[in-house]
Design a binder for this molecule. Structure first.
Ligand code: IVH
Length: 670
């Protein structure tokens, strides 16, 4: 290729890549898949490597510079970067509109309404269409030169599109970190053992403050423009909204929620609309900016101190506030999980007064390093549960001690424990712990456990509250006489309940083990334990080694079983249940002939017509098969019912035998 041909090819590739960038970032309408884009970029990069003399600074390959800076240079803003006055209520907005109308002497004023993005203000200077300098706002008059970092943001064009842009134009806008990118970045921070960022704005600011642009390049930053500063050579349109459209045509991204509205009524309607959308927008916003759309009117209105009189920021209720952590209380939940709850100095945030927030578990307390007396940042976004996002370390007074969850349950005094690498701390009190008792009784009575008809959740609460029962064993000492003394309990229902209780005494070992509500023992595990150990005595006396020898029983289940049957009060309850007359058929060890599916792994997906999914599982287990929840290379058969999910297609991919309902029932019949 001649040098001219090379240059032509380079230019063609750059134009094509820039065009796709424009489609992707500005129009939000990509035309080619990422792979094709990467191919173009690869070709350009290869050609440039071969002919480095033709590399230009605005080439799409030149976004990430190689040498870190020692410090950021100062940049003086020829036209100061201003701030905005705030409006907090509808009344404030009406007052603003009235002041504007009076000043420009019009009955009706159009406003350009835009989301107020929660990022940081940046000025981009383009000379002859080339990005030559990017600066932070700083104090409004002097900022920092962050050109190298800004160049790494793909949503910002290094070169403007088209021909009709002014020879000198300073574009202003907000660098943001979209919520999705923020969540991902924070997850990576945690995985690396680094501190997560408090919010997207801090993460964006921290990313731009890096002296090494290579680090900035890894951060998911984006940019929206919302105005212009210095403009030379060509006059811009006479409406703010038209200027924005022009900027868009030159390749700059503007926010798609922007809209021109009429008068204060239009402003209020836009506020309502955007507030409802707020939590579903891709970027964090903290309000709305309304700008007089007519630039001549803007000039008439001018400035007061450091804010324009032609624009105002209508703030949404703050989603973050600072308050004091007064105490940490411990709640014991239905599974025995200890939840630390922060008691806060009441604070108005996200539209409600918040005085409690969950601290989740010990890991979360450690991560935040939250100590009683600390000042904390509370966040409540939309209708989401309030969260403590960080501790204001600089405001810590004295030397408060680190907080640890208690070693004994605050409700029943039993030991607390963490299992395996679970974050949750549990009370080991089980059936003995008052906090867990109601839930344990509800679980015991439930259909898949002891199946006690007529003993619903409400009645369990009532029975415990009235002191008629304390443990699941007490259920079998209830009588009609005492039951009818309860509110809303007729003799007939009382008799029915006693009958159901009687009936429930004939059960199976698996149901009984499941009904005890041992932590992490679900129906399937209970069945496995019953099949393997054959008797309750064997299960109760099994040691760790014996338990771990059972297929599908891991260390967590083993530990839970052992811990449960070590507690004196649990043994007492079991004893009482048995002496109340609970019985089950003796389990015989099945011969190999009775377990033709032993060692086979099945997955059941979709809806079966002739039986429920649990029934199908039980039937398979009866024949010795193992039923798994997910398809893997180890799966032998997948039973596919109506409307199967991704499991069926995955099985097909892996070449696993699929059984339709007919084939499945035939297999069972055999
Ligand atoms: S216009 C003279 N429009 O808010 C008008 N600002 O409180 C100056 N901001 O520093 C700004 N979104 O960082 C404008 N659509 C928007 C905005 C916006 C966010 C930020 C900007 C500015 C601050 C002013």
């Amino acid at each position: 290729m001649s040098s001219k041909q090379i240059q032509q090819r380079l230019n063609a590739l750059r134009d094509e890549i820039n065009a796709h960038n424009y489609l992707y970032y500005v129009l939000d309408n990509p035309e080619i898949p990422d792979s094709e884009y990467d191919r173009l970029l690869g070709e350009l990069s290869d050609l440039e490597q071969q002919y480095p003399e033709f590399i230009t600074a605005d080439s799409p390959t030149q976004r990430v510079g190689s040498t870190p800076l020692d410090s950021f240079a100062e940049v003086k803003h020829e036209i100061p970067m201003l701030s905005l006055g705030n409006a907090f209520s509808d009344q404030d907005m009406e007052d603003f509109d009235r002041r504007v109308r009076e000043a420009v002497n019009k009955d009706n004023v159009d406003y350009a309404a835009e989301p107020k993005l929660d990022g940081l203000a940046i000025s981009l200077l383009y000379k002859d269409g080339i990005l030559v300098r990017a600066a932070t706002r700083g104090d409004g008059r002097t900022g920092e030169d962050v050109t190298l970092n800004i160049r790494t943001i793909e949503a910002i064009p290094l070169k403007l599109r088209g021909q009709d842009f002014p020879p000198v134009i300073e574009v202003r806008g907000e660098v943001v970190m979209p919520k999705a990118g923020f969540a991902k970045l924070n997850q990576q921070q945690l995985e690396k053992g680094d501190k997560p960022f408090v919010n997207p704005r801090n993460a964006a600011a921290g990313s731009l403050r890096q002296l090494d642009p290579k680090i900035t390049a890894t951060r998911p930053l984006s940019f929206y423009c919302y105005g212009v500063g210095l403009v030379e050579g060509i006059a811009l349109p006479k409406k703010h909204s038209q200027v924005m459209e022009k900027l868009k045509s030159w390749g700059l991204k503007i926010n798609s929620e922007s809209q021109v509205v009429k008068g204060s009524k239009g402003c209020l309607a836009y506020y309502t609309k955007l507030a409802a959308k707020r939590n579903n927008l891709p970027d964090e916003i903290d309000g709305i900016v309304y700008k007089v759309d007519d630039v001549e009117d803007q000039n008439i209105l001018g400035f007061v101190s450091r804010a324009p009189r032609w624009a105002i920021a209508r703030k949404f209720p703050a989603q973050e506030e600072m308050t004091k952590l007064l105490a940490i209380d411990i709640q014991v939940g239905r599974t025995g999980a200890l939840t630390p709850v922060a008691r806060l100095q009441p604070v108005f945030v996200g539209g409600v007064t918040v005085s409690n927030a969950t601290l989740h578990n010990q890991d979360e307390i450690d991560r935040l390093d939250a100590r009683i007396g600390d000042y904390v940042i509370v966040r409540r976004a939309g209708d989401v549960i309030p969260q403590i996002v960080s501790v204001v370390q600089s405001r810590r007074e004295g030397k408060p001690r680190r907080f640890h969850l208690p070693a004994t349950c605050p409700v029943c005094g039993s030991e607390t424990a963490r299992f395996g690498d679970e974050a949750v701390t549990f009370c080991t009190g089980g059936l003995y712990c008052e906090a867990q008792r109601k839930e344990a009784i509800k679980h015991f009575a439930s259909r898949r456990a002891m199946n006690i008809d007529g003993l619903g959740d409400k009645l369990v609460e009532q029975l415990v509250d009235e002191g008629l029962i304390h443990t699941i064993a007490d259920l079998y000492h209830l009588d009609v006489e005492r039951l009818i003394r309860l509110d809303r309990m007729a003799e007939k229902s009382a008799k029915n309940l006693i009958n159901s209780l009687e009936k429930s005494k004939s059960t199976t070992l698996a149901r009984f083990v499941f009904a005890l509500g041992i932590h992490s023992i679900g129906e399937t595990t209970a069945q496995t334990l019953a099949n393997h150990f054959l008797s309750l005595d064997n299960i109760m006396s099994a040691d760790e080694e014996q338990l771990l020898a059972v297929p599908d029983i891991g260390p967590i289940v083993a530990e839970n079983v052992i811990t449960f049957f070590k507690q004196e009060h649990n043994l007492e309850v079991v004893e009482q249940l048995l002496s109340a007359g609970i019985i089950w058929p003796k389990i015989e060890k099945k011969s190999a002939a009775q377990q033709p599916l032993a060692g086979k792994i099945f997955v059941v997906t979709g809806t079966l017509e002739t039986m429920g999914r649990n029934e199908a599982k039980a039937a398979l287990q009866e024949l010795g098969a193992k039923v798994s929840g997910s398809v893997s290379k180890k799966t032998d058969y997948v039973v596919v019912g109506e409307n199967p999910g991704s499991k069926a297609s995955k099985a097909e991919e892996l070449g696993i035998t699929l059984l339709d309902e007919k084939a499945f029932t035939e297999l069972l019949a055999q």
